[in-house]
Design a protein around this ligand. Sequence first.
Ligand SMILES: Cc1cc2nc3c(=O)[nH]c(=O)nc-3n(C[C@H](O)[C@H](O)[C@H](O)COP(=O)(O)OP(=O)(O)OC[C@H]3O[C@@H](n4cnc5c(N)ncnc54)[C@H](O)[C@@H]3O)c2cc1C
Length: 402
Amino acid sequence: MTVNTDVIIIGAGPAGLTAARNLSKSEIEYTLIDRSEKPGETKPCGGFIPSSTLKQFSVPRIEGQHQIDTVRMKFPGKELVSMQFDEILGVNVSRGSLGKALYDAIPDIVDHSLLGSSVEKVVTDARSCRVTMMKDNEETILESKLIIDASGANPVSQRFLPPRERISNSQMGYGLQYHIEVETHLVSSNTFLYGNKFSPGGYCWIFPRGNIAIVGTGGLVKNVRENERRTHEYLDSLLNEVEPFKTELAGGSIIKKDSALMPLCGVMRPSFGKRIMLAGDAAGHCSPISGEGIHYSMVGGQCAAMTAVECVQRNNFSDSILSNYEKRWVRRMGSDLKWGLWLQQKLMRPGVGRSGGWSSSGFIESKKSQKIIAEMLMGRRSVRSAIFTIAPSYLKTKIIKR
Ligand SMILES: Cc1cc2nc3c(=O)[nH]c(=O)nc-3n(C[C@H](O)[C@H](O)[C@H](O)COP(=O)(O)OP(=O)(O)OC[C@H]3O[C@@H](n4cnc5c(N)ncnc54)[C@H](O)[C@@H]3O)c2cc1C
């Protein structure tokens, strides 16, 4: 069977669903494909979404959303600090519920989506795109003018028509999570723990959702691989030895363990070519400093949809017009990705001894600095603004020279 459409979107994560929602407002015909029957259901993720993102993308209420108004942080050699804000900073959600909320918000999506269908092959030429997909052992070929590949950190089109280099192990992150069920409703704070005790050069997070705590750790794949300590050992020792988490989660049962890759590469170019636009994790749209990518993926999906409309209306699918896509997303999030990578390289090296790269930097000396970092992690402040507000003066001169 062959199906024709204007734009094929591969992947119904935040990037693909945002692209679909934006295309649904245009005259453009699109088809959204995902191998999962329930978008997001199996995606490993802490699920934190800043309030500003919910507002900016008019995200409907997400079932089971857990409001966060406090950030707890621990840096090497420092005490755990807890900062409560006057407003709701964001929500922790299950990715299945987020997928459902975003999917249901798209008018007539059922007529434009093929769920439970796995894309097996992607081919493009000067005239069109052909995507081969499988559902229940039946092969279907879809033809389109353009593809938005939003299929995650290892995008499917990359296997056939790579528009860019593969993201290396020193630019790709790995996260492992335990989902711990406890008896009581958990606190409204997200916790970030930095230093060698908690992660292989990244950080450890505890994000509550109702009576489930998502406890995760990770770092760059290269550091994880070269590390003598196995990744799960960080989580086991946190739960067995470190207060107040040991007490808060005492008696809880681990109901699920999951892990996945996240691109921590900063601005990755090119993100388009050969009638394909990569969006979301596929394009490296993820914070190199926190691994948070829901917001950035939604920005990527929106920019890809805007460019797709332009291409179809002008009947022009050249790399030249597709380059507008990259210009759009770089304008909107390039600074965060660029400075996030800078900060990651400056602060989150595996390091030795107590510091693990952080405490010697001068970035975290005062409560004021720590609050600014918290605002950055919660999506209330840009990475650049955080750096410029708290960087020690010797560093500011170096930064300005860049
Ligand atoms: C452990 C962990 C914790 C995280 N925590 C957070 C957090 O708290 N907050 C935050 O903002 N970000 C977090 N992130 C990052 C965030 O999950 C991603 O950045 C985000 O999901 C990227 O969205 P996306 O739409 O680009 O891709 P994805 O969400 O990965 O969606 C890709 C979709 O493509 C589909 N797909 C893939 N291949 C095919 C194929 N061949 N055929 C058909 N369909 C296919 C998949 O089924 C999937 O639905 C975390 C990541 C990890 C790994």
